[in-house]
Design a protein around this ligand. Structure first.
Ligand code: ZN
Ligand code: ZN
Length: 282
């Protein structure tokens, strides 16, 4: 019998939002970004091709209805993904996961190093409210950090780098922001689903989050605990020379603008990304 799934004790609705919340963006014919309050989920699959789709990440706490309507308005009534791939297990990426798994009964995949945080074994480190940054950083202690427990409903991503149900993509380990974070990359058109390895909005600052003002940024500071690894992860992704990138937070970025911004982020990582102070900065 399936083990009962549970959110952590500190699971709750987070009252923070952005102008993009509830709206979607077709980045490519088979890549759709939908914003849930202050985080993005992605749907990979072409609605006109009729060969199914995959959901990347699961939004904010209590957002299952929003995600289901976004899925159904793009792929049709009662449609469901073949699977859900988690880039990592932070609360804003697994917020609606249990309701979605219960509704759709589809497999969930994640990296081995995220498993303790997805099976109720280990809490993420406390968010750092003292880190250099604005209002979102300051409110981060209210963010859930206790692990979700998916029991036996979560599976390991294949160790050969392939992505279940997305044969053209491969996963790339991009730790630093979370130990088992993965980004997804498609060589054919160099499309990148970066997760929170880098984001296109300064996620620590409420005004910029609300307006979704576009600006290349390292991973959200209050939850990033290993800045050396975070830097290596950005370098790894920049080397792929992506043509278009979607990120866990902020609007998609493409072409020359993406190339230039990634170069800048790699070159000036310690200035742009790494906070000047905070408890996870050495
Ligand atoms: Zn995160
Ligand atoms: Zn995030």
């Amino acid at each position: 019998m399936d083990k009962q799934m549970d959110y952590g004790e500190d699971y709750k609705y987070i009252p923070a939002t952005s102008v993009q919340s509830g709206s979607g963006f077709e980045v490519l014919p088979d890549l759709y970004q939908y914003t849930v309050q202050i985080v993005n989920v992605h749907l990979v699959g072409d609605p006109n091709a009729d060969d199914g789709f995959v959901l990347i990440d699961a939004g904010m706490p209590r957002s299952a209805n929003m995600i289901v309507s976004a899925v159904e308005s793009r792929f049709g009534e009662n449609s469901k993904p073949k699977s859900i791939i988690l880039t990592h297990g932070h609360f804003d990426h697994v917020g609606a996961l249990i309701e979605l798994v219960e509704k759709w009964d589809v497999p969930v995949y994640a990296h081995e190093l995220e498993m303790p945080y997805l099976t109720g074994q280990e809490s993420y480190p406390e968010p750092d409210a003292t880190v250099e940054g604005g209002m979102v950083a300051k409110m981060s202690p209210m963010f859930p950090n206790e692990p979700i427990d998916l029991g036996n409903r979560v599976n390991l991503l294949p160790s050969d780098g392939t992505v279940p149900d997305l044969p053209e993509f491969r996963w790339i380990h991009t730790p630093g922001h979370a130990p088992g974070q993965v980004s997804l990359f498609r060589d054919k058109d160099r499309a990148l689903i970066a997760a929170d390895a880098f984001v296109t909005v300064k996620q620590e600052y409420l005004y910029r989050v609300m307006t979704q003002e576009q600006e290349i940024s390292g991973p959200p500071r209050y939850l990033t605990t290993d800045w050396d690894k975070a830097k290596q992860s950005v370098e790894k992704l920049a080397k792929l020379n992506p043509s278009v990138a979607v990120t866990g937070h902020g609007l998609p970025m493409a072409g020359e603008e993406l190339t230039e911004n990634l170069e800048k982020l790699v070159g000036e990582f310690d200035v742009i990304a790494k906070p000047a102070y905070g408890k996870y900065v050495n």
